[in-house]
Design a protein around this ligand. Structure first.
Ligand SMILES: Cc1ncc(C[n+]2csc(CCOP(=O)(O)OP(=O)(O)O)c2C)c(N)n1
Ligand SMILES: [Mg+2]
Length: 901
């Protein structure tokens, strides 16, 4: 605006203000309205919004707190700003109807002969939300574009299968075997599971909340990859996440939304399908989920687009000059809106419009049936398109679209809007006929009861249109394609300093830091390494990396850090390598997963090393650990400050003795409990080879401890044993009559080594000390052999590694570790003569390591006593020796028992 105009407007406003001094509120309102309109016209909406925000700020400073978080209960995009719909709505509607049928038929058919379950109502409510995106937004992968990243709502999976069927990617047999994956010829998995359908699904979403949080960290990871020059994309992919309104109650769903705003992630679009219902009933019967979410997202700095009312409402809303309609829309709660779906139009006329008789005039021209069919925004392709377009074009902020829909849309009596609709899996013949009529599916009466699938011919208008749209957008989706990229990973000889041992006493956590430093020096992979830390780098002594490789920050470092004078200052940089996540184990796991799957998502293998407080691993975010297996993530999880007694002062909530067991339950996870630096090097070097050269879809879990001790050189020939889970570390004294074996892990192997000396010196026992690096791997190998033997009784039985290794060993076997006994007990059935285990069952507490180890009976003295007891149990020594040792070693036999029940 030029200066003259500014002057004119300024003085007009002052004059207007003066003349209003003695006026009533209406006049003030009109006047502000005209200033507002003038501002809009001359300054445009964005600048006007800024000005209004500034004024609102001033108001807050002087006046009562204003809610300000929500906008009226109408569509965010006004009709005038709605773009033309670019597609052929009639054909798209037909395609969508066919998908609705097939998605429903798949579930009904499967449940007619089995009890495998499935969901109809979720996709029924979100079909338009997906179809508009499939026909106009989702971009498939091409040579120089990795494809948009889409998190499909898990329960809408039948809809995605129905589309793939029309696209010709799935056939009748697949659909027939929905949820029957073991049927002949294979079947379709219940939900998005890349582990089960590795060419199709990319992102598991069905455990509510995990899709949403992963999508946020994925969008941020995409920025990280670009900032570090690891991509060559023609354009940036968008990350789309579809979630349920009920799902928004999961802390993982909303707990990280500020990250997206803080990082200006305009590459992410969330679509919340607000059908107002979850599984049992309404999401917010007594409130309005859309308004609640709007307030939250706006407060978090997101761009919020509400899609509440369909096109037919436009003229009704336009004719309401009194504001009463909006008042009515706002005072109704979601429970009311749900009721309007299940009742006839006459009910809505009477109870919704009829509350204020003036409103009845607005719908006088509509029949009851027409009132019933007034669409909600999420079912109106034009409204949905407008929202997607605005979201795609929006800059500087993430966008959430809150789309109002009807759960079970189109199911009619069978479950539209009903509280039972989530669980609906069956439909009777009458309901099937109604569905067919409503969506005009050409299926005849004589076969309808069989719910046959319907696919238009390859040369039909529908199929041609659908394929043409996907071709124009780059290809099919979802599709998981792995580009075979092999990394040149370092060999073990890079780690000579570990193989030779160290003179100084260090912990395995420090040893890991040294391994990481060596890896970061390897040109061939250093760029691919992604260190992830949730605010614990100093705890683990890794803070030197801050300066060395920088902390990733999209904004660089806008301030001078307080420690800028020190060598190890807190260094944030636009191309920083470390993902310093702050205190969020869930967010850090989401980053681990984004990095650990970038080989598949982007064809760019990255190697995550996520190091965290062991106790806050699988126990805290176990569902994400499990998902890491499903999604075929690779990388290293490092549970530091591990061990119920090794982390000593922190007490009950921190001292971990069971993560190894929890991690053992994940099929693709290799859990290790290394004792020495060379074991760590062997495991990591081999892990790199298996994951990034052999391309195995596995990941590693390593316990790291913070106790310093000597790191011995690697004995010859133990590599294979380290990797398989057990090897002899130090043979017992020669020339003793009685033989025993102590299996030790982590720092507690030191108890075993000291016990070895005492046993030889005082009790005449030669005890071999073995390093048990992975009980899970030993067990897996053993059960595989056992199973093979069970099924091949006539053949030469196979022997597992642990059986072969221990076959010729004499005497008693004892295991000791800083974990609960169940960890070593995993191999007990295959140890000759059984295994006696010492461990840290029970709650931890704070004290010195020495006292804690005595308390849990994993110290040297308890290991001696335990070994003698195991020998006495086998009648290899007398019980008197055990009694004597208890006295000798000063252990109180009446001491309290650590585990209470
Ligand atoms: C973590 C977790 N808890 C519970 C469930 C069981 N569950 C599956 S769907 C569902 C209701 C979903 O409601 P909503 O998110 O609103 O999705 P809609 O089907 O209504 O679109 C529930 C409770 C789950 N899948 N994951
Ligand atoms: Mg819902």
């Amino acid at each position: 605006m030029n200066a003259d105009k500014k002057e004119i407007y300024g003085s007009r406003a002052r004059v207007a203000g003066e003349s209003l001094k003695n006026q009533n509120g209406d006049k003030w309102g009109e006047s502000l309205q005209s200033v507002f309109e003038l501002a809009l016209e001359n300054q445009g909406p964005e600048r006007t919004a800024k000005l209004l925000e500034k004024l609102a700020g001033q108001l807050r400073a002087v006046g009562p707190p204003s809610s300000g978080a929500t906008t009226p209960y109408v569509n965010t995009i006004p009709v005038e700003q709605q773009p033309q719909y670019p597609g052929d709505r009639a054909i798209e509607r037909r395609i969508k109807s066919i998908m609705r049928w097939n998605a429903m038929a798949m579930v009904v058919k499967a449940n007619s002969t089995t009890n495998v379950g499935g969901h109809i109502a979720s996709f029924a409510s979100s079909a338009t939300l997906y179809e508009v995106a499939f026909n106009h937004f989702f971009r498939g992968a091409t040579a120089d574009f990795p494809g948009d990243i889409v998190y499909f709502q898990g329960h809408a999976a039948p809809g995605m299968y129905a589309r793939a069927y029309l696209e010709g990617r799935l056939d009748d047999k697949h659909l027939q075997n929905f949820r029957q994956e073991l049927a002949e010829g294979g079947g379709l998995s219940s939900y998005p599971h890349p582990y089960l359908m590795p060419d199709f699904w990319q992102f598991p979403t069905v455990s509510m909340g995990l899709g949403p949080i992963m999508s946020l960290y994925q969008a941020r990871f995409n920025r990280y990859l670009q900032a570090r020059g690891l991509t060559t994309w023609k354009e940036e992919p968008k990350v789309w996440a579809f979630l349920g309104d009920g799902e928004s109650d999961e802390p993982e769903s909303l707990g990280a939304i500020t990250l997206a705003a803080r990082e200006n992630l305009d590459n992410i679009i969330w679509v919340v399908n607000c059908n107002l219902q979850r599984l049992d009933g309404p999401v917010r019967g007594n409130g309005k989920i859309i308004q609640e979410l709007e307030g939250l997202f706006r407060g978090a700095g997101w761009n919020v687009i509400k899609v509440i009312w369909g096109t037919q409402w436009d003229e009704i809303i336009a004719r309401d000059k009194s504001g009463l309609l909006l008042k009515r829309m706002e005072e109704c709660v979601d429970g009311d809106y749900q009721k309007y779906v299940v009742e006839p139009g006459s009910y809505t006329r009477k109870h919704f419009f009829g509350k204020y008789p003036e409103l009845l005039e607005l719908v006088n021209h509509l029949t009851d049936d027409q009132i019933r069919k007034l669409l909600r925004g999420g079912h109106d392709a034009r409204k949905v398109y407008a929202a997607y377009k605005a979201a795609s074009d929006h800059k500087g902020q993430p966008t959430v679209i809150l789309a109002k829909t009807v759960k079970g849309y189109g199911l009619g009596e069978a479950g539209e809007g009903k509280n039972i609709s989530h669980q609906q899996k069956k439909m009777n013949e009458k309901e099937l006929r109604e569905f067919r009529e409503r969506f005009k599916i050409p299926i005849s009466d004589d076969v309808i009861a069989e719910t046959p699938f319907y696919r238009p011919a390859a040369d039909s208008v529908e199929t041609k249109y659908l394929l043409e749209r996907r071709q124009a957008l780059g290809g099919f989706l979802p599709a998981r394609k792995v580009t075979p990229v092999v990394l040149d990973v370092p060999k073990l000889d890079c780690f000579t300093e570990f193989l030779k041992g160290t003179n100084s006493e260090i912990s395995t956590t420090t040893a890991f830091g040294n391994v990481l430093r060596i890896l970061l020096r390897q040109k061939s992979i250093s760029r691919n390494i992604v260190p992830i830390i949730p605010d614990e780098a100093r705890t683990f002594g890794l803070d030197a990396f801050f300066r060395e490789i920088g902390i990733y920050s999209s904004k660089g470092q806008l301030y001078e850090p307080v420690d800028s004078n020190s060598l190890l200052y807190y260094h944030e940089a636009k191309d920083g390598q470390i993902l310093e996540e702050g205190i969020t184990e869930a967010g850090s796991m989401a980053s681990f997963i984004a990095s650990g799957t970038s080989y598949a998502t982007h064809g760019v293998p990255t190697i995550p090393f996520y190091i965290y407080y062991s106790m806050f691993g699988p126990q805290r975010v176990g569902d994400l650990f499990w998902l890491a297996g499903d999604i075929r993530a690779k990388g290293f999880l490092l549970g530091a400050t591990s061990g119920r007694t090794t982390l000593n002062g922190e007490g009950l909530q921190h001292q971990d003795g069971h993560s190894l067991l929890l991690a053992s339950a994940i099929p693709t996870c290799l859990p290790y409990d290394p004792a020495f630096g060379y074991e760590l090097a062997v495991i990591i070097a081999d892990g790199l080879r298996r994951m990034y050269v052999e391309k195995e879809d596995i990941f590693y879990y390593l316990s790291l401890y913070n106790e310093n001790h000597a790191m011995p050189p690697m004995p010859a020939g133990v590599e294979d044993g380290i990797l398989k889970g057990l090897y002899k570390f130090k043979a017992g004294a020669e020339g003793k009559k009685v033989k025993a074996h102590i299996l030790g892990s982590g720092p507690i192997i030191q108890s075993a080594l000291k016990a070895q000396e005492i046993l030889a010196e005082r009790y005449g026992v030669s005890a071999d000390v073995w390093s048990a690096t992975s009980y899970k791997l030993l067990r897996t190998d053993a059960i595989r052999c056992q199973r093979w033997n069970m099924l091949h009784p006539a053949e030469e039985p196979k022997k597992s590694y642990v059986e072969k290794l221990l076959a010729k060993e004499q005497g008693a076997f004892v295991a000791v570790s800083d974990n609960i006994r169940t960890v070593p007990d995993q191999i007990a059935p295959w140890v000759p003569g059984g295994l006696f285990t010492l461990g840290t069952d029970g709650f931890g507490r704070s004290d010195t390591r020495a006292r804690l180890r005595r308390f849990f009976e994993v110290d040297t003295e308890s290991t001696v006593i335990g070994t003698l007891y195991a020998l006495a149990e086998k009648n290899l020594i007398s019980r008197d020796v055990v009694a004597q040792s208890i006295k000798d070693l000063g252990v109180n036999p009446e001491k309290i028992e650590p585990q209470l029940v």
